[in-house]
Write a protein of this length. Structure first.
Length: 276
């Protein structure tokens, strides 16, 4: 049984994926569940090595994820729509720039305005980054559409947990499992933030060197973070691992909500399509 399953919430639905393919299931305005399947984006085996696979894999995952989001959004609007490869790459690039502005530039220059030297600068910068991240999630979680998205996020996690525990994929079984999963993207982002506090201490020099060095270090941090999240998924019962992943799981109290039975049905339909 291939247990290497991941996923994400989309508009009124869930996307599930393994190494070969991904499936997107959405609840149409009519109440019907519609499912599509596509081949997962793959990278050369040359990149399937420690650290590098995390950076490259993240890019391909984002590519498939945006494709799934666009399709699910078009279904909720009652029309077929698909982005070109250039449009998807452009969307990823814009998202990356926005993330750098909000989670790198703002904490960096705010911390430098208060205290520009030594270890306390890095601590302040890291604290500002975490506060902005948590505040951002808390703010968007108040929006009605985002609440629905977070419920589907919960359905995704509970469905994957049910499958990983080798239980039959039924609504009754899925409901028994936790909506908090150690391999979640929320946990990944939190790990990256904690790692950055440590790794950024090794970047010294004038302010422009420190700032540009932080941007250059992002792929390194992402690669290490990927390996740590993967490791935590395999050893989630270990006490030290539980302790390490606890903050990320706590963050999922914001980014996941308890799903309805109908939302769980969508998660099950998506996962079953991937397993076919």
């Amino acid at each position: 049984m291939n247990m290497d399953i991941g996923g994400q919430a989309v508009i009124e639905g869930v996307m599930m994926r393994n190494r070969e393919k991904y499936a997107v299931a959405v609840r149409l305005p009519s109440g019907e569940i519609k499912v599509i399947k596509q081949q997962s984006s793959k990278f050369s085996s040359w990149f399937n090595v420690f650290f590098i696979r995390g950076v490259v894999g993240l890019g391909y995952t984002l590519y498939d994820g945006i494709n799934a989001l666009v399709w699910s959004s078009s279904q909720s609007l009652g029309k077929e729509e698909q982005l070109s490869k250039k449009e998807i790459v452009g969307t990823i690039a814009l998202s990356f720039l926005a993330a750098i502005l909000l989670f790198v530039a703002v904490p960096f220059f705010t911390a430098s305005w208060i205290y520009a030297e030594g270890i306390w600068f890095n601590v302040l910068e890291g604290l500002f980054r975490v506060v902005i991240f948590v505040g951002y999630l808390a703010a968007i979680s108040a929006l009605k559409d985002v609440k629905t998205l977070f419920r589907y996020h919960g359905a995704e996690h509970k469905t994957i947990y049910c499958y990983e525990n080798k239980k039959e994929l039924t609504v009754k079984n899925v409901k028994k499992f936790s909506r908090f999963h150690p391999r979640c993207g929320t946990s990944f982002l939190f790990v990256i933030m904690v790692l950055s506090i440590f790794l950024f201490t090794f970047i010294s020099g004038p302010m422009w060197v420190k700032f540009s060095g932080r941007i250059a270090a992002l792929p390194i941090i992402a690669g290490i973070g990927y390996e740590l999240i993967k490791l935590s998924g395999r050893h989630s019962s270990n006490f030290l691992v539980k302790l390490a992943i606890a903050p990320g799981l706590w963050m999922q109290r914001i980014t996941t909500k308890e799903p309805t039975d109908k939302q769980i049905e969508v998660g099950i339909a998506s996962l079953k399509a991937v397993l076919e």
